[in-house]
Design a protein around this ligand. Structure first.
Ligand code: NAD
Ligand code: MN
Length: 358
């Protein structure tokens, strides 16, 4: 029987609350499946670690993660530490050092969950957004000059490399090909950003020739927001830069009912380093410690983790359990209009996992 090593990093805020629930659910799925088990090691990195040690994670933290089969992550972000320190010191440090360049974000209306769009059901909204996760606008290149003086300047430089652009577009085309509609929309802003974004368009013209069976089209990012809201049926797989896809995927999460249910995977497709799975949401300062965080985003990330490990039957079982619970509206957390606690949602999903014989 196979055993997978999972590194669990709850991080800050509600992160540890949802990851703890997620680990419980993943273990139940493994037990039910019977074909594999999980060996989970928890790392107490984040804001509290920073207060004690002056860093979000140990110097050799990423080295420690390398032998694991997957990383299960909560959130980085502490009310008393600047966001750029928490983000760069933990989440981005892991993603960038392990070169997890493909950030994959599925959005789907789950049964029983009402999105804010009128007359839009589960069949009308089924997207996967692929976000470039290693460079672009979040490359970290730039600086501040004349700090504190009247003439102070702040600059962030977006970095697009042929290798970086090509590999993410190729990954997105392959993903689009694996989905029933075989359809990919390239999002840029090549009218205004006339260097890097035109480069994205140019690279796409070449790469897409290798995928004649994938139907492609192009959108400017501003027009894309209106298309997502007004014509959600017209979209399937979407690829965009680090910044653009970051924004679009939060919109996608809102259109499917709540930030609390949306999952994401930071993939290292070559598999020489572990990939990382996490809910899209952050630390949710307003509900920390209240026990009401919706764990579904974390569970759905767990589904992606199981798929990545090569356990599709277990992944399917967990997704079916989540959908059974949302569909029955038996344990609905406050962000979705109910009053169920994290514990109650978790128990409902555990029961659905254990009860299912399909
Ligand atoms: P947020 O996602 O933490 O919260 C936005 C709103 O959504 C809040 O009202 C919150 O209560 C609600 N919400 C989020 N997740 C929920 C859940 N699971 N269940 C119920 N309600 C939920 O975003 P924010 O307020 O912009 O950020 C707070 C902190 O988190 C910041 O420090 C930010 O940098 C960090 N952050 C981290 C990540 C990450 O590590 N991946 C992502 C986003 C934000
Ligand atoms: Mn974001």
């Amino acid at each position: 029987m196979g055993e997978y090593r999972i590194a669990a990093i709850g991080g800050d805020g509600i992160g540890p609350e949802v990851v703890e629930a997620g680990v419980e659910v993943l273990n139940a799925v493994a037990e039910k499946d019977g074909g594999f088990s999980l060996k989970v090691e928890t790392f107490p990195w984040g804001g509290d670690y920073y207060r004690k040690h002056g860093v979000m994670m140990p110097e050799d933290g990423v080295e420690t993660l390398k032998p694991f089969d997957a990383i299960y992550f909560g959130s980085a972000g502490d009310p008393n530490i600047p966001d750029h320190i928490t983000l760069w010191g933990l989440r981005l440090k892991i993603c960038q050092t392990l070169d997890q360049y493909a950030n994959v974000r599925p959005s789907r209306l789950l049964p029983g969950i009402d999105g804010p769009l009128k007359n839009v059901g589960p069949d009308d909204l089924d997207w996967v957004i692929v976000r470039e996760n290693s460079e672009g606008e979040y490359a970290g290149v730039g600086g501040r000059v004349h700090t504190g003086l009247a003439e102070e300047v702040g600059m962030d430089v977006a970095v697009f490399t042929r290798a970086g652009v090509e590999r993410i577009q190729r990954f997105a085309l392959e993903l689009a090909r694996s989905r029933p509609r075989k359809k990919l929309t390239l999002v840029t802003k090549s009218n205004a950003q006339r260097h890097g974004m035109v480069f994205w368009d140019d690279v796409f013209e070449v790469v897409r020739k290798d995928f004649p069976d994938v139907e492609t089209d192009k959108m400017l990012v501003d027009a894309m927001t209106t298309r997502m809201v007004l014509k959600p049926q017209s979209l399937d797989t979407i690829v965009a830069t680090n910044l653009h896809a970051d924004v679009l995927s939060d919109l996608a999460a809102a259109l499917t009912g709540s930030l609390g249910i949306a999952p994401t995977a930071n993939l290292r497709p070559e598999r020489d380093f572990p990939s990382m799975f996490e809910p899209i949401h952050g630390s949710a300062f307003d509900i920390i410690g209240k026990g009401v965080a919706n764990p579904i985003g974390c569970f759905w990330s767990g589904v992606m983790l199981l798929e990545h490990l090569g356990e599709p039957a277990a992944a399917k079982r967990l997704m079916a359990a989540v959908e059974r619970v949302t569909g029955a509206r038996e344990a609905v957390s406050p962000d979705l209009g109910g009053n169920a606690t994290t514990r109650q949602v978790t128990d409902a999903v555990l029961a659905a996992v254990r009860g299912a014989n399909d």
